[in-house]
Design a protein around this ligand. Sequence first.
Ligand SMILES: [Zn+2]
Length: 397
Amino acid sequence: MSEWLRCIACAREYDALEVRTTCECGGLLAVARSALSVGPALFDQRRASRHPIDQSGVWRFREGVLSADEATIVTHPEGSTRLYERDGVLFKHEGENPTGSFKDRGMTVAMTQAVRVGARAVACASTGNTSASLAAYAAQAGLRAIVFVPAGKIAAGKLAQTLAYGALCLAVRGDFDAAMRLVLDASKEFGIYLVNSINPFRIEGQKTIVWELLQDLDWRAPDWIVVPAGNLGNTSAFGKALVEARDAGWIDRLPRLAAIQARGANPFYRSFTESFASRHRVAAETVASAIRIGDPVSFDRAVAAIRATNGVVEDVSDEEIMTAKRDIDRMGIGCEPASAATLAGLRKLRAAGVINASEQVVCVLTGHILKDPDAVSGNVVEIDPSLDSLASVLGSI
Ligand SMILES: [Zn+2]
């Protein structure tokens, strides 16, 4: 096999086709592989190709993602998102994926793995974006999709997508963390293939956010990559992607990671302030529903990512998030609230002197503006159908 699973706690190894969510010891699993012998020249050549798996911003990097037969790959295709420059800051917009969030990058890999292991049904707990992505990819693969969401706590756009793609949508009375515990039990009890970010194959797909942004920058590493931090799947994936890219010689130095949490959902930040001496769990509450998570499942992998990249963790208030969101929206880019935590965090880290003004920074925007239509500022002005009425609103132009 080109890949296998390795426990990040005890290093025990398992076959890549063995279906399990954690190690016997309870530790999280990661995908391990032998050294990569391909690199930027091949990836750049594929980017110009019209072949669907080369067009995919995930499968373009397939040697570092998953060795699957091309016929089993479930791809929309996804990725190939744009990198925008505004006011000296770069924004990698993962909201431009097929279902409007970065989740498609991990989902194409997890769904491909589900097909490889012969799964009939797939499930996840989700704050919304994962469920939309799961529903779309399961529909494409012809698998039954079951999503567990916290009742009454999911943004309208995400729920609409999940239902439209035909998933069974279960609203669990409780918060995200309760939904997560239930789906973990359900996967063991009913043999449903679990595609939450605890699934190590999701992480392999999410790594390509970083690889593609490095490719966008012609394989010159930026100084910082800023990422919203909730369940910590991206923080984990980014750390793994950077270390692998450096070890394979694709880049010559590691950027630093800055993981940004909402203040009302900041267990990782609290641990960071005590050098990760203890793990925190909080009752999460924030306007940024995609990162409203009090007990992040990828905690241990994310600690490794922050340490490996000399990274930092910061938290920002809902007010700071919404100010940043309005600013990103008014740049003509737009994003969902959790994504804006990046710009809010960047501002705070610059003010504190952690990130300096001359350093190159990439903020990763994780979700599309229409994911959360209720989180938009501005008012519609109602008028009579007359020029007089219009003139009174316009004033002098
Ligand atoms: Zn173990």
